[in-house]
Structure formats: C-alpha cells, structure tokens
Design a protein around this ligand. Structure first.
Ligand SMILES: [Zn+2]
Length: 352
C-alpha cells in the first residue's frame, strides 16, 4: 500500500488499449520481464465497494493472469532468480515474479493454492509493526472512521477543521481529505497516535482491520516455510521513508532485518518501500536499502524490467495487478511495455 499514479495509469491503459498500440509497440518498449504487485487476493472482500478495492483481486483472476502469461512465454521465478536474470540481462527468456505487500492472510489462504497449481513463487513483504500493532493499516481505519460518522473534526495547523461526512459523496471527499491529512500534515512519527485518537473519538477500533486481515506471526512462520514463499522486508512500521530523518529511515530499513530474523529464523534479502511512489522513496532511500545489504528493493513505480535494471537493483518498478481492472487485456497491455513510458513522462527505464 498505497498504489500511486492511479489516474495516469488508467489513462495510459485506455490509450494503449483503444489504439491497439500494445502488440505493435512490444518490440520497441517490451522488457525482459516483470514484477507483479499484489496486496489482497480474496473472492469474498468484506467491503466490495471500498475506496481501497483496487488493492484486492479475486483468486480466479490471479489464476487467469498466470495461465495467460505462461501461455505468452513467461517463466514464473522466485525473487532470487529474478535478480539473477536481471543481472544476466534477461538471458534465459522472459520471466515474471510475483510479490505481495503487507502480509494479508488471504495471501496464504486464497493466493497460495493458485500459486501451487502453477508452481509460481511469491515474495511477501512484511512490516513487523503492522503485525504487532505498533503501526496500522491506516487507510482502512480512515474508511471505517468516515463510514461511522456524519462529521468529524481534525486538528490542523490552522486550528480545528470540520469535515462533513453525511452523504456518500461527502464521505468520498472526506476520505481524500484524510489521506492528504495523514500523508502530508500529520508527522510520520505522530501518525499512529493521531489515528488512534481520531478512531477512538468516533467509536472505531483502530486495531480491527489489521487483526481481521493480516497474518499473525504464527501464520507468517507457517507460510514462510512453504517452498514457493520468500519473506521480504517492508520496514518496521510501514513508514513513508522520505518523511523520516536519515537515522530513522536507516533504522526502519536496517533493523527490520533483525526483527524478521528473530521472528522467522532467517534474514530477509529483499525489500519493498512502503507506498513506493515518488513522495515516499527517492535516491536517498535507494541508497539506504543498498547500504543495508538487500539484494533487491522494489517500488510501486509502474514499469516493466529492462536489462539496464542490473544497475538499479534497489529501484525496481512493478506492474500492479489492480482490483478495479481485472481484465487480461489490461495486464497484457501493461506487460507489452507500452504503458511504461506513458506513465513515466517518456522514460522506458523506470527507477526512482
Ligand atoms: Zn505496504
């Protein structure tokens, strides 16, 4: 979470799809492979009309995507092998690796059976704070708060701001306002306290979303033992690293390794930047991930992999498999590479 560039990617998808550009463009913009990005995979989402529904796909769609990509010549490999293949400039054929952020329980219960069927490896990026409760799935909590009330009051630098949440349209606006509030106005260090205060004052349980949807440590240990699964790191507290001091950002990237080694018995060698968009990760953070000794680090920037990524293993783009557009045509268009420059101001090599 959270997926940036939604609007531009939608535009890019439609432009490409409606002009039939994708198949023609493939030889010019197609890459050596792709890293697919998932969050939730469930046939029975608790909130099907949620503003966060782009984060969920049905297991049947995952099945269809993998089958379609295999038919199109993709080999599904682990993140370790993906890194080796990037280093080798893509020799060995077109490849894909699947990643899932935040450690949702349905990754184990609903995605893994599909992956077993196809022998497709999965990397799950874990933020221990989300599991322990020192961090929250705040975007879900925000939705619960807005749903629970007709109006709410925010403490801002200009004094209290009253937000109307009485109608569906107002609730939609209120959610957008709260996203801006928590990502730009509240200090990253204060997010948990402010969120819990706002939830409590509206009778909302801030712990409910993580307890309902994320794996426990026992479940993570169980899934980590599966031969298809790699556990990667996602910072300690799912932090927006760009908003932290150097010392705090390095600690979030580095100390999470020790926490995961303690919890799971093995140190992670792959990393995903929380949020992953431009206002959460830049050159500074990429340097920190490299310094911490990870073999790879992924963003949520949109793009296919190119041979040149061998020089940018800590700034790898991904292809988000978006719950709002569960169509094979969208996936094929994105994998053709045609949307990569469209979503990145003309750049074909996407880093940060
Ligand atoms: Zn995340």
């Amino acid at each position: 979470m959270i997926d940036g560039g939604e609007a531009i990617r939608k535009l890019a998808l439609n432009v490409a799809r409606y002009t039939g550009l994708a198949p023609l463009a493939r030889p010019f913009v197609g890459g050596i492979g792709a890293i697919l990005m998932l969050h939730r995979v469930t046939a029975t989402p608790e909130k099907p009309d949620s503003v966060n529904r782009h984060l969920n796909i049905a297991p049947s769609f995952l099945d269809a995507v993998i089958a379609d990509m295999k038919a199109g010549g993709y080999a599904f490999v682990s993140m370790d092998e993906a890194v080796e293949r990037i280093k080798a400039g893509g020799k060995g054929g077109r490849f894909a690796t699947i990643t899932a952020d935040d450690a949702y329980r349905d990754n184990m219960t609903e995605a893994l059976p599909v992956l077993e069927k196809h022998g497709a490896p999965l990397t799950i990026y874990v933020a221990p704070g989300l599991i322990d409760g020192s961090a929250h799935l705040w975007w879900d909590v925000v939705e619960d708060i807005v749903k629970a009330c007709d109006r709410l009051s925010l403490a801002t630098s200009n004094g209290p701001a009253v937000i109307d949440c009485a109608t569906p349209a107002r609730k939609h606006q209120a959610i957008a306002r709260l996203h801006a509030y928590f990502t730009t106005e509240v200090r990253e260090e204060d997010l948990r306290t402010v969120l819990r205060g706002l939830a409590a004052s509206h009778g909302v349980d801030a712990d409910a979303p993580r307890l309902r949807t994320l794996m426990t440590w026992d479940e993570i240990r169980a899934v980590a033992a599966h031969p298809l699964v790699t556990i990667g790191a996602h910072t300690i507290n799912h932090s927006n690293l760009k908003r932290l001091s150097e010392a705090d950002a390095r600690r979030e990237i580095g100390a999470v390794k020790d926490m995961l080694r303690t919890g799971l018995g093995e140190e992670p060698s792959h990393f995903a930047y929380p949020y992953g968009y431009a206002s959460a990760v830049g050159c500074r953070e990429v340097g920190f991930a490299r310094d911490a000794g990870y073999a790879s680090a992924v963003t949520t920037r949109h793009g296919v992999l190119r041979a040149e990524h061998a020089g940018f293993l800590h700034a790898l783009p991904r292809i988000s498999v978006n719950g709002r557009y569960q169509s094979l045509a969208h996936i094929r268009t994105m994998l053709s590479g045609v949307t990569t420059p469209l979503a990145n101001a003309g750049k074909m090599l996407v880093t940060v």
